[in-house]
Design a protein around this ligand. Sequence first.
Ligand SMILES: [Zn+2]
Length: 330
Amino acid sequence: MGEDFEKLKQRLSLLDYLRQQNWVARPAGHSHEFVGLCPLHRETRPSFYVNAHKNLFYCHGCGQGGDLLRFVQLSRQLSFPQSLAYLNQYSAAPADPAAVLEKAAAFYQQQLDRYPEALRYLEQRGLHDRSTIQELRVGYAPGRSLRRHLTAQGYSFDLLQCLGLVNPQGHDAFYRRIIFPCCQDRRVINLYGRSITAVFAHRFLPGSKGGLYAWEQVRHCPEVILVEGLFDYAVLWQAGFRHLTCALGTHLNACQFQQLCDRPRTVYLTFDVDANGSGQQASQQLANRLRTQGITTRRVLLPDGHDPNSFFVQGGDAEQFRSLLETAQR
Ligand SMILES: [Zn+2]
């Protein structure tokens, strides 16, 4: 721990840190010494001294003093190891967005079991198998707790806002939503949040959704089932289907389309059969586009008004779904 901190102090001096926290100081007479208002207690006349040479501070008003780590402990009310983790993160190279999203996904995953309303919602959507929930890393965003969790680890508010995890008012962007991380090459590149209430059902973070969901796992399969939504994906996965991917909507982006066309294969289009016909219309259009690229397509016709999720929720099983695949339209 001591050695870590020595390296850290070389990267980040106490004075630099204070200035980055908007501390205003003037030289205090002696060389290497600065004085300004104390960030640790309220005062109108400066009594907070920093010795830039020794990397130490002392306040004549409140009597607190010490090094950078001590300052972080006092100013952010963190324990010693938390302060060290905070400073390591703070002084590291600009945070990798995927690493932050990975931390957010892990946090949401930990919350799931603590909120009965989240587990009830999964049950309603037909998702009950523990190993499926863990494999897909399903989580829950209760709201009002991610920001605190990530800022305590040294991620700046600006970064969280930039990634869309926190809105400009400072609140968690995902509130009462089931969370699915979307990964590419094992890195989390976006999060999908399904509201457990009726409002704004679907939400992603502002960045790219990337390619097809979990594409790495199926890219070599000669036959692939393509669904619209992650709950469709989840129930099919739970039912044992593995040659499966998800477009995260009915409209494929250029990358997703390219992925489906990267080698000869058969794609089973399994979109919603909704009352207004939009799912089937999208499915027909996509089938036509894929055929021009030499891809074999088959449109899976679910019973009227169903998507794969509701099909399973209302008692459909793997055997019945398999027979739908067999009779899918060429
Ligand atoms: Zn003070």
